[in-house]
Design a protein around this ligand. Structure first.
Ligand code: HEC
Length: 146
């Protein structure tokens, strides 16, 4: 009677050993699987975590990225320059006042654009349109000079 019991016990402990090994292999497989997939994900997470709260781009601010860089002179003028250049407040040369524009820097477009980008007097750099590209500023100045 004792022999079958022993063999039964032996079998079950063997089964336990197999289960433990199988479980261990499963864990190893999962661990290997994770080690293959997690590093890139962790990197992405980390990059997200250490990313600056806001990014400043001179060419395309996120909020207006869809249109930034593509505005016509008139569009940028209406959005950013009209407030001052429409009425000529604070001594701003009025839009479409050819005499006023030719009196400034000899009416040289490049020089005027550089001045607008740098800012002058009461005018902030880029007329306050920090997301405007140099090309857009150029188009806006051209529009105002006509
Ligand atoms: C806050 C008001 C304001 C806004 C907005 C503004 N300007 Fe001006 N701008 C001025 C004033 C004031 C002057 C005259 C500055 C001076 O001579 O001291 C000026 C002058 C200029 C000049 C001539 C610079 C020179 O050297 O004589 C250009 C070019 C110009 N602006 C372009 C623009 C463009 C393009 C925009 C829009 C993207 C713009 N400005 C928006 C107020 C403004």
């Amino acid at each position: 009677m004792s022999a079958p019991q022993e063999s039964k016990q032996g079998l079950s402990s063997l089964q336990i050993v197999f289960l433990v090994i199988a479980g261990f292999l499963l864990l190893v497989a999962i661990a290997v699987g994770f080690s293959k997939t997690t590093p890139p994900a962790e990197d992405a997470d980390a990059e997200e975590r250490i990313a600056p709260v806001a990014s400043v781009s001179m060419n395309a601010a996120p909020a207006v990225a869809a249109n930034a860089g593509k505005r016509t002179g008139e569009e940028l003028y209406n959005a950013a320059c009209l407030a001052c250049h429409g009425s000529g407040v604070m001594g701003a040369p009025k839009a479409h006042d050819k005499a006023a524009w030719s009196a400034r820097l000899g009416g040289n477009l490049k020089a005027l654009v550089a001045s607008a980008i740098a800012g002058k007097g009461a005018m902030p750099p880029r007329g306050g349109a920090m997301d405007a590209t140099d090309e857009e500023i150029t188009r806006a100045v051209e529009f105002m000079m006509k």
